[in-house]
Ligand binder design. Structure first.
Ligand code: GLA
Length: 378
């Protein structure tokens, strides 16, 4: 059955429309987004698709193809978190209303192909598809970056995960064939052409199948540590420490853990800028070592890798990859691998073999090309 047919069989009437919002991978710029820094994600072809019909009686009915049973029925003026998947959708309705926008209710059916818990922003896809549908159905006239902000607020306040702005902006604002260079301080954006195939290259995503969870507190601890660092250094955010001043800044910090966090953020922002320059110069292969450096920094300084991610990176590099790193929040999830298109199969095989030898679950390996951001499908 199509999304529309399922909607009709659930609710007994047709949806007003169908919208889609993608998951993302982040090419470079990890954990920089809550430090006012730089990120560079691109949208995946995997999307959350929502069939939605406006209703003006204050009732919000939510259904997901991934969950057995009848739609969950809520009232828009009494939304409170439940701890389940509906929080990502209800949280957006809550955030819109809390910001003063009129959202009177809706019937919603969602089907998603974004792998969950894989560090590929399945939650942001759910939030953004909801925001875009409600924005259009209630003619709220909000811009994409504003939708992303409201979705982040839904995640921070309603869901209770202290994440940055990258994932929602990627899902809302990415465009086909481009990576999105985003300055998370002022949300300035640049669409950077990212056509690896034209250079004989490809980017593999390696989903380690190790589920990550931000709510376990490690993400929040890193964020708090970064804020402590900024505070001790007397800056608004770690973004304000220029790379050239890093050593002097580190000398002023006595806490070893805070020093490591600061070093990661300052060097990572620098890596994003270098990747931008290399792509502009058409020197795409040269970004490989920067990806690998980024992984070492996340593993050793930020300390958010895990044995499966490290094995994926090390194996890919030994099998001839140009660069590899974990992507997303960490503690599991996915790695990305830059390879010559001709050796993609060899590298994938090496990854599967290494995981089997280590006794890990078989990874899911697929090729990622930059896909469009959120859109109305019908
Ligand atoms: C998660 C968060 C993002 C970002 C990344 C790490 O995906 O949702 O805001 O902090 O981790 O770069």
């Amino acid at each position: 059955m199509t999304v529309t047919e399922t909607f009709e069989s659930l609710y007994g009437h047709a949806p007003d429309g169908v919208w889609a919002a993608p998951g993302r991978v982040n090419l470079i710029g990890e954990h920089t987004d809550y430090n006012d820094g730089f990120v560079m994600p691109f949208a995946l072809p995997h999307t959350a698709v929502a069939a939605v019909r406006r209703r003006d009686d204050g009732v919000l009915r939510l259904h997901s193809a991934d969950v057995e049973g009848a739609p969950v029925e809520l009232r828009v003026d009494e939304l409170t978190p439940s701890g389940g998947w509906t929080d990502y959708v209800a949280g957006v309705a809550w955030a819109l209303r809390d910001a003063g926008h009129t959202v009177g209710g809706a019937d919603v059916h969602i089907e998603s192909t974004v792998p969950t818990g894989a560090g590929l922003s399945s939650s942001a896809a759910l939030e953004v598809v909801t925001a875009l549908a409600l924005c259009e159905l209630y003619e709220l006239g909000l811009q994409r970056w504003q939708l992303a902000r409201l979705c982040q607020r839904a995640e921070n306040v309603f869901v209770g995960a202290p994440t940055g702005i990258m994932d929602q902006t990627a899902s809302a604002c990415c465009t086909d064939g481009h990576a999105l260079f985003l300055d998370t301080r002022d949300l300035a954006q640049r669409q950077v052409p990212f056509d690896l195939a034209a250079h004989g290259l490809c980017l593999l995503v390696v989903d380690t199948q190790v589920k990550h969870a931000h709510s376990d507190g490690e993400y929040g601890k890193r964020r708090a540590g970064c804020e402590t660092g900024a505070d001790r250094l007397g800056v608004t955010a770690l973004r304000d420490i220029p790379y050239e001043d890093l050593d002097a800044a580190l000398d002023r910090l006595d806490d070893a853990e805070v020093r490591r966090l600061v070093r990661h953020i300052v060097t990572e922002n620098r890596r994003v800028e270098r990747v931008i320059d290399l792509l502009a110069a058409g020197d795409v292969r040269a970004i490989g070592p920067l990806l690998t450096e980024g992984h070492a920094s996340l593993r050793d300084d930020f300390r958010i890798s895990c044995p499966e991610l490290d094995l994926a990176v090390d194996t890919a590099l030994s099998a001839g990859a140009l660069g590899a790193r974990m992507t997303g929040g960490g503690f599991g999830g996915s790695a990305i691998v830059l390879v010559e298109a001709a050796s993609a199969e060899t590298v994938s095989k090496a990854l599967r073999a290494a995981f089997e030898t280590a006794g890990f679950r078989a990874p899911r390996v697929f090729t990622a090309t930059p896909a469009p951001g959120a859109r109305r499908v019908s």
